[in-house]
Ligand binder design. Structure first.
Ligand SMILES: Cc1ncc(COP(=O)(O)O)c(C=O)c1O
Length: 405
């Protein structure tokens, strides 16, 4: 079969693939526990449902402006004012089919083949592939001090004359780390001085715990005119539990936003007007569902941390945000893909292999499911990998017997 270079080389999204495997096993009636999930289990806000329903009932669902409806842009302006203390104009906004598409069209609008894009490790699985889809070169940068927090010196060492952009994702998927304000200040100022695009992927910025604050890049920006290289990515997927609605957006300078909208116009003609209605409902509506989701996740986080602490040999830097913990399992197995496959096969627990996020020896464990699943999932993992475990484990009626060491 003749495929393009991109078609041949783009890697499968392992997170999406494992989600499919989970769905197949569940369908077969297997007692699987999903500790790899990337979406909250709560329902979409009622204001989102009401808004989409009444538009759907009108029967008039048509093409909409490529970069978002006027009402969608008003809602994003309001959101940006509230969360970033910055008033942006409609021409600074591109609404897309998820934060993922906003990020993708931003990269397509700024990257030429051979350009380099820096991002800290661990990173969201899609960054390297998205950069490669543009013919550009991903440059992951691993913090040298063994933490999940990059330092400016780590970043600067990797900047070359080809560096076109830096992607920062804080709170971070998969580590849950929130980068300190001093780092955000330094990176904003550095990028502004050097003329490097700074893409802030803020999709988890409302899901933070223990009062830790996420720094606002706009606090450090001197210039948000057409020379500005700052791009903010956000959306309703995570904080409003609206992953399936596929609405996200980018805030950028007007020339860049115009180019992004042109690209999007030839790809999807923009996000569905129906789904924008739902997103508008969520952003403009009562905000209590986000806070109650955050509180549920805060409790789940506590439960997961307790479970992991009671597990000898594991190492965890506690997450301050998101709904992921990135746990060091290297004392048990340094090959995270093998370990993840083993856990799914033997005890039917789905975890995400750290190597997909750029760090071998780790597993990403989500706390967006139920506390029951978190507790049972970690107990099953312990049984599977601790050589001192009893020989048998019951999952419901099913008896598992260890046939490995
Ligand atoms: C860091 C990060 N950015 C962007 C996205 C994409 O969000 P959306 O579902 O709105 O496309 C995700 C989804 O998992 C993510 O983890």
């Amino acid at each position: 079969m003749s495929l393009s270079l991109i078609g041949k080389n783009v890697a499968v999204s392992v997170t999406l693939k494992l989600n499919q495997t989970f769905a197949i096993l569940k369908e077969k009636g297997e007692p699987v526990i999903h500790l790899g999930g990337g979406e909250p289990k709560s329902l979409a806000p009622i204001d989102a449902i009401t808004a989409i329903s009444s538009h759907l009932n009108s029967g008039e669902v048509r093409y909409a402006p490529v970069d978002g409806t006027i009402d969608m842009k008003k809602a994003i302006i309001r959101y940006t004012r509230e969360h970033y203390a910055r008033v942006v104009e409609p021409e600074n906004i591109v609404a897309s089919s998820g934060a993922k598409q906003a990020l993708m069209v931003a990269l397509q609008a700024i990257l030429d083949p051979q350009d380099e894009v820096i991002f800290p490790t661990p990173y969201w699985v899609s960054y390297p592939e998205m950069v490669k889809l543009c013919g550009a070169i991903p440059v992951p940068v691993t913090p040298e001090d063994g933490t999940f927090t990059p330092r400016m010196s780590d970043i600067k060492q990797n900047v070359t004359s080809y560096t076109k952009a830096i992607i920062i994702n804080s709170p971070n998927n998969p580590s849950g780390a929130i980068y300190p304000a001093s780092f955000i200040k330094d990176i904003v100022e550095f990028c502004e001085k050097k003329g490097i695009y700074l893409i802030m992927d803020d999709i988890y910025h409302k899901l933070v715990y223990n009062g830790v604050e996420v720094a606002n890049p706009f606090d450090y920006v001197k210039d948000f005119s057409d020379n500005s290289k700052l791009i903010i990515i956000n959306g309703v997927s995570k904080a409003y539990a609206m992953t399936g609605f596929r609405i996200g957006w980018a805030i950028a300078n007007k020339t860049l936003s115009f180019a992004m909208a042109n690209i999007q116009g030839h790809q999807t003609s923009g996000p569905s007007v129906l789904l924008q209605k739902a997103a508008i409902g969520a952003i403009n509506g009562v905000q209590s569902s986000t806070e109650s989701l955050r509180m549920t996740l805060e409790n789940n986080r506590k439960v997961l941390i307790q479970q992991i602490k009671a597990f000898d040999g594991l190492h965890l830097l506690e997450p301050d945000g998101t709904f992921y913990a990135f746990v060091d399992f290297s004392a048990y197995d340094k090959d995270s893909t093998r370990l993840s496959n083993f856990l799914l096969e033997k005890v039917r627990v789905l975890t995400m292999p750290g190597v997909e996020f750029g760090m071998e020896g780790y597993l990403r464990i989500s706390f967006c499911g139920s506390t029951k699943d978190i507790i049972e999932g970690i107990e099953r993992i312990k049984w599977a990998i601790d050589p001192n475990s009893p020989n048998e484990l019951f999952i419901g009626e099913r008896k598992l017997v260890r046939d490995w060491n």
